[in-house]
Ligand binder design. Structure first.
Ligand code: 8IG
Length: 294
């Protein structure tokens, strides 16, 4: 990837500081399909940012949440998928400065990998040391129920892509050959499990989409050790590890994967399942976040 991707993230972080009136953030949260209502369990929607479009003094620090379109940060493509708001919110949870993305950029929208991970790099440039990546997925593990949150224990990146492909990152950034032995922090998984001891942990298979799988592909994924399947998160987690962020991944099972239920897959049902579980997962996030920083 180009040097530019890191410079663009630093520029977005500077703009974030202006819009939010907070010089830095501590933790980022990416809310995936159907998770947007969970944001309101974390914090009420804030007033639209009144920061001027150009430069100017940052608004005085306030405890009130500030919400804005990610497109105001620069570097984010216009979102195309229903259910992905393309907004970001800066909120205080206790003293923790939390950057919440309501929606994400997917590879299947046709965007470059740098665009898919721009939010993660912006969060890192803004000072975040941990990131919570949430998503919705199809359940492969037979014990999973629709509406159940599952912690990502590991992933299988089947997108065929990497956010680290390309020339060596610029000075000040780590090398491309990132150790992925523990992508999803065991410490953060233990923290989440203390908040909810019933949480399962599973392996997330990331596919490029946007089509769902065939039943034969799901049998292959099951044989390969996948417990759930989706179209996001893995590339963001890799970019986050490269930048030294601790990662917590939580997936909401919103449908049985192809061939595992009597009926086919319907995108509207997937969104509805997410909304139904929003309160539970929102409360879970609110419980976890205060302990996320070491
Ligand atoms: I929600 O069954 C959701 N996202 N690839 N397969 C894939 N992505 C998904 C699925 C699914 N459910």
């Amino acid at each position: 990837m180009s040097d530019d991707a890191y410079g663009a993230a630093r520029a977005s972080a500077a703009r974030l500081a202006e819009l939010s009136g907070r010089a830095e953030h501590d933790v980022a949260v990416v809310l995936g399909s159907g998770w947007a209502p969970a944001a309101d369990a974390l914090s009420p929607p804030g007033p639209a940012s009144t920061a001027p479009a150009t430069t100017g003094p940052a608004s005085p620090a306030t405890r009130a949440p500030v919400e804005f379109a990610v497109t105001e940060l620069g570097g984010f493509p216009q979102p195309t998928v229903a259910g992905h708001a393309g907004a970001a919110r800066s909120v205080l949870i206790g003293d923790l400065r939390v950057l919440i993305y309501l929606g994400r950029t997917h590879l299947y929208e046709g965007h470059p990998v740098d665009a898919v991970v721009h939010g993660v790099r912006t969060a890192a440039a803004a000072g975040c040391r941990a990131i919570v990546l949430t998503n919705a997925s199809g359940g492969i593990n037979a014990s999973y129920q629709v509406g159940q949150p599952v912690l990502l224990r590991d992933h299988i990146n089947l997108t065929g892509r990497s956010p680290l492909a390309g020339p060596e990152p610029p000075a000040g950034y780590g090398p491309r050959f990132v150790d992925l032995t523990e992508v999803y922090s065991a410490r953060l998984r233990a923290l989440a499990t203390r908040a909810d001891p019933t949480l399962a942990q599973g392996v997330y298979a990331a596919l490029p989409g946007p089509h769902y799988e065939t039943p034969a592909e799901i049998r292959m994924l099951a044989a390969a050790g996948a417990d759930m399947v989706g179209m996001s998160t893995a590339l963001e987690a890799i970019a986050a590890r490269h930048l030294g962020l601790e990662v917590l991944g939580i997936s909401l099972i919103t449908n049985p994967a192809a061939g595992l239920a009597a009926t086919g897959l319907d995108h509207a049902e997937v969104i509805a399942a997410g909304r139904g579980a929003a309160a539970r997962v929102g409360a879970l996030l609110a419980q976890i976040l205060p302990g996320v920083l070491t």
